[in-house]
Design a protein around this ligand. Structure first.
Ligand SMILES: NC(=O)c1ccc[n+]([C@@H]2O[C@H](COP(=O)([O-])OP(=O)(O)OC[C@H]3O[C@@H](n4cnc5c(N)ncnc54)[C@H](O)[C@@H]3O)[C@@H](O)[C@H]2O)c1
Length: 329
């Protein structure tokens, strides 16, 4: 993709900001974000970039969406309210994730957007019934978040089938890397473990640690999203983007302990998070077949890269630790 006008919702977030970095090299990018979990510093490298325009606004604002999608060629829709917040506030979650997606489909159709990429989530599957999980695996989300992401998928594809909006669904699995959230309700498992271990505190595992995830490094996820979006055969289709390997949360804690030379800090086990999925392990053969996707970074390499980035930030570790909320849902 070159010289196009691209809208990225949620562009100040973890994955969205990396997508902005990649896509703004050859295109004009408009970011729409309400900065609820996204951060201005994730886009600080673009403040003087004439090819990146940042709008503070909300995907629930239909008037704004009508204006912002004018003359846009391609939409990448990533704005989301996160899973853990959905547990306390299911209604807002539905409004942002499901209704927000419908709003954006409507505005994109009205303004003749040429391609619409909905960034969904492996959470739409619920716990694996068979592995590796193909795109045809049953869809039984355990949380309102997963259900709202699934509603977004269904609206996206209904807009293709009924109105001909050239849309597609990309389902990333758990993604990690630089700029991933460690703070409060948004804190994800890898940054939380790294922060605790760097503070000489044991990682805290919710449940028995046998839960498994298909952890995918950010550069592999972003490359997968872009490759899918450029593939004509993806119109009206859904595809998994993942590493294609599973890792248990206990093993993840051990890898982090080992990488930081603190294997002595044995994990502490606490009550499980409501609705926590037990197993995710993706079949990525469709992505490979349709557009030659191959992940490059394995978990040990990726954790090493993340730790290098984290330590390079020169964070005040004890101050950051104060922002950690143990039971963050
Ligand atoms: N991080 C993962 O492991 C992962 C895995 C699978 C799928 N995804 C999907 O990738 C996308 C991005 O996730 P992320 O991890 O970068 O999350 P994130 O929280 O870092 O990013 C979401 C962004 O959306 C913005 N936002 C929230 N509500 C909004 C609203 N009402 N209007 C406008 N902007 C709003 C936030 O401020 C934030 O910048 C999401 O759609 C998510 O479902 C993420």
């Amino acid at each position: 993709m070159k010289d196009k006008k691209i809208l990225i919702t949620g562009g100040a977030g973890f994955i969205g900001s990396h997508l902005v970095d990649a896509i703004s090299k050859d295109n004009h990018v408009v970011v729409l974000d309400n900065f609820s979990s996204g951060k201005k510093e994730n886009l600080s490298q673009h403040l003087q970039n004439p090819f990146v325009t940042i709008f503070e606004g909300d995907v629930r604002d239909k008037t704004l969406l009508g204006k912002i999608t004018k003359e846009i060629d391609v939409v990448y829709h990533l704005a989301v309210q996160c899973l853990r917040v959905s547990i306390k506030d299911p209604e807002t979650n539905h409004e942002v994730n499901a209704t927000g997606t419908l709003n954006l489909c409507m505005a994109s159709m009205e303004n003749n957007v040429k391609r619409f990429i909905y960034v969904s989530s492996s959470e739409v599957y619920g716990t694996a019934k068979s592995v590796p999980m193909t795109e045809d695996h049953s869809l039984e989300p355990t949380t309102v978040y997963g259900a709202s992401k699934l509603a977004g998928e269904l609206y996206t594809l209904a807009y293709y089938r009924t109105y001909g909006l050239k849309s597609m669904v990309v389902r990333p699995f758990n993604t990690y890397g630089p700029r991933e959230h460690f703070e409060g309700a948004y804190g994800e498992v890898i940054p939380k473990f790294v922060l605790r271990v760097l503070n000489n505190m044991p990682p805290i595992i919710f449940g028995d640690g046998t839960q498994k995830r298909d952890f995918t490094y950010i550069s592999d996820t972003v490359r997968g999203i872009i490759m899918a979006s450029e593939c004509d055969d993806m119109i009206g289709q859904t595809v998994n983007i993942a590493r294609g390997k599973e890792v248990s949360i206990s093993d993840l804690a051990n890898i982090i302990g080992e990488k930081l030379g603190k294997k002595n800090l044995k994990p502490v086990y606490e009550r499980k998070r409501p609705g926590d999925v037990m197993r995710h392990y993706a079949d990525i053969s469709k992505a490979e077949r349709l557009f030659g996707y191959k992940p490059e970074i394995d978990i040990r390499d990726g954790i090493g890269r993340y730790i290098d980035w984290f330590t390079d930030q020169n964070y005040n570790l004890s101050e950051l630790m104060k922002q950690d909320v143990v039971f963050n849902w």
